[in-house]
Design a binder for this molecule. Structure first.
Ligand code: IPE
Ligand code: IPE
Ligand code: MG
Length: 259
């Protein structure tokens, strides 16, 4: 298997540009709806509009990978009717949007434990992935029934299964090749809407050196403008990856070899 990207703890990525990979926890749908005296699920339905807007804005801003947290492995704890609404919404949105995604050159992926999903949804996901596999404009990943700890565990199991005779000597690179997002560089920019400042078991491994951005804006209100604000904030960060500020100013790119 090809190794497309090296981990940010091992080598330093090129940061002299806007984010290549943006990962978002789309939070605040329920509160958006409750504030309007509507049922929580109305906020989820409205949140699909924000997904459309953010996909467009990512393409306009030269983002190559967009990863959206749609349903966590912990979200099964919600009331059954909300969970079932979310599954239906995912199914219907995918059915409705897949042609447009494909026409727009978007490669579609889902990460997460699909074994818990309805067979019809799982099949639709696999078909959409296969159909859009050759697209190169933007890779859109939906994290569904995803948990960062699940990801690390499944990667470890697959790594061990790949060389059953070995007991030691594994390194980070080897493990990361088995992570669900192995086809993408690590996120440059993480955004969480809805005001909470936590990771909620999202991409635990991959966020090691990601710039974090939290906004009170609720997901259904998040739009092109809001994304531009997040990218502006990112562009003002100094990504040091363990080095000193002086090293960066002295143009220390050539010290970027493996740790
Ligand atoms: C995020 O919005 C969507 C999902 C977790 C599926 P929430 O439903 O968590 O909205 P709040 O946080 O209750 O407002
Ligand atoms: C995180 O949102 C998961 C998604 C956005 C899909 P939650 O709203 O479920 O997060 P917690 O549980 O409040 O941290
Ligand atoms: Mg929430």
């Amino acid at each position: 298997m090809a190794i497309p990207f090296v981990s940010s703890t091992r080598s330093i990525p090129d940061t002299a540009r806007g984010p290549r990979h943006v990962a978002i926890i789309m939070d605040g749908n329920g509160r958006w709806a409750r504030r309007r005296m509507m049922p929580r699920v109305a906020g989820h339905a409205r949140g699909v509009e924000s997904v459309r807007a953010v996909i467009r804005a990512c393409i306009d801003n030269g983002v190559e990978f967009l990863t959206l947290f749609a349903f966590s492995s912990e979200n099964w704890r919600r009331p059954a009717d909300e969970v079932s609404f979310l599954m239906q919404l995912f199914l219907k949105s995918l059915q409705k949007e897949i042609d447009k995604l494909h026409e727009n050159g978007i490669r579609f992926h889902v990460i997460g434990d699909l074994s818990a999903f309805d067979e019809s949804l799982a099949r639709l996901i696999r078909e959409a992935e296969a159909r859009t596999a050759g697209n190169e404009r933007l890779t859109l990943t939906i994290a569904a029934n995803y948990g960062g700890r699940w990801d690390i565990m499944q990667a470890m199991e697959r790594m061990l299964a790949a060389s059953p005779e070995r007991r030691s000597g594994f390194d980070e690179e080897e493990l990361s090749r088995h992570l669900a997002l192995a086809y993408a560089p690590e996120p440059d920019l993480f955004i969480r809407t809805g005001g909470e400042q936590r990771i909620s078991n999202f991409l635990l491994w991959q966020l090691a050196y990601t710039e974090l951005y939290f906004t009170d804006t609720l997901w259904p209100d998040f739009d092109e403008r809001a994304l531009a604000d997040a990218i502006q904030s990112y562009l003002h960060r100094e990504r040091r990856f363990g080095r000193t500020s002086e090293q960066l100013k002295g143009g220390a790119e050539d010290t970027s070899g493996d740790a």
